[in-house]
Design a protein around this ligand. Sequence first.
Ligand code: 2AM
Length: 174
Amino acid sequence: MRAFVALELPEAFADEVAGLSRALGEICAGRFVAAENHHLTLAFLGEAGEAETRSAMAALDETCAGTGPVQLRATGLGTFGRARDATLWLGIEKDPELMDLAARVRGELSARGLAYDEKDFLPHVTLARRARVPRGALGDLAFPLPDEATRVTLFRSILEPDGARYKPLYTVAL
Ligand code: 2AM
């Protein structure tokens, strides 16, 4: 299965991200991520079997024991790729505790011999893929207010014809 570790968005923050995404949907074409699929990836494992998934769960237990909630502060919009065919995301501040959590999750995965995508951690919530982002100002958009994330989850990504669906496999509270 395809698996990844992510922070779930707390309810108020998630509602505001959904509102921002709806507003962007009015001004950009693209494949918008369904609100229930919004998350902040800490480590993307890719293909993982049963044994690897169990090890990843143990890595989450080890990482999160004694760790408190982490701050989520929206910093603005960003894109990967070309403006006419972009991944559009909401950037999240590189809070030291958030950066430390991602580093420790990755360290515990490595310690168990689990491979993950080693691209530098750039905290973001993907809002749309294949987006066509207009040039210039996007107008008055309401960004989410700061909040605290309290749930780290190992997700299974199920690829379906109309996009991926994410199924929580294991959650640890911060
Ligand atoms: P993205 O939000 O930038 O697309 C599930 O695919 C999650 O894992 C997404 O949040 C995705 O990031 C992230 N991810 C990180 N590296 C990935 C990779 N190499 N392939 C697919 N998804 C990846």
